[in-house]
Design a protein around this ligand. Sequence first.
Ligand code: PRT
Ligand code: MG
Length: 221
Amino acid sequence: MANEMRGLTLALSKGRIFDDTFPILTKLGMEPLGSPEASRKLVIQTKQSGTRIVLIRASDVPTYVRHGAADFGIAGKDVLVEQGAEGLYQPVDLGIAKCRMVVAARADFDYLGSVQHGGRITVATKYPNIARNHFSAKGVQVNIIKLYGSMELAPIVGLSDVIVDLVSTGATLKANNLLEVEDIMPISARMVVNRTALTTKGYLLEPVLRKLEIITNSISL
Ligand code: PRT
Ligand code: MG
């Protein structure tokens, strides 16, 4: 699908990705002219004429960029690893929206005992592929239950033994009496670029990528 040829379209999600990206966009001269909180608009223009932002669900960002509906986008490593990043060029780790992917369980669940004795555990998660790969590498048998949110509830009501989810401050786990029992991987947000746009709009994208490299090298990753 052909996109507007004279400008750039950036795919972003509302919330923490938009908030953490805002200072970077400002440094790039692409300050958003409007905020997702202030209006229900799904397309926001930026200070750089011709460059616009489309606001979509975090997990839809790779899809828009892969199909060229957005030239580039910002997505968490969780989303990219879970969905696979085929067809996407990933030039920069922006070092923002940082958190960790972990396994968590109720304090009274004997996680080590269960995984050591060749038992089968039930895992609730929004990330079935990451969870399956993690446990299969450990040789642990799992039943995966796919959820779309509020994973923390699953062990409380007995839907699962453990969850695979993101943790940043740890406050959500704590509030729900869950403990982190294993670290899976560190997460941060990355820029993803449509491979065709890199050629057809190279004259627009390359200056952005060069500036981004300078900006991200000056913030500690
Ligand atoms: O809500 P929607 O389904 O549209 O998408 P989303 O929930 O994936 O979007 P959003 O905006 O919540 O997250 C976008 C991206 O931010 C994720 O893909 C991650 O890469 C990144 N990120 C960074 C996080 C967190 N930190 C985070 N803490 N995403 C989610 N959380 C959640 C976590 O799932 C848990 O429920 O926050 C809770 C834990 O936070 P603490 O601080 O209590 O530990
Ligand atoms: Mg969310």
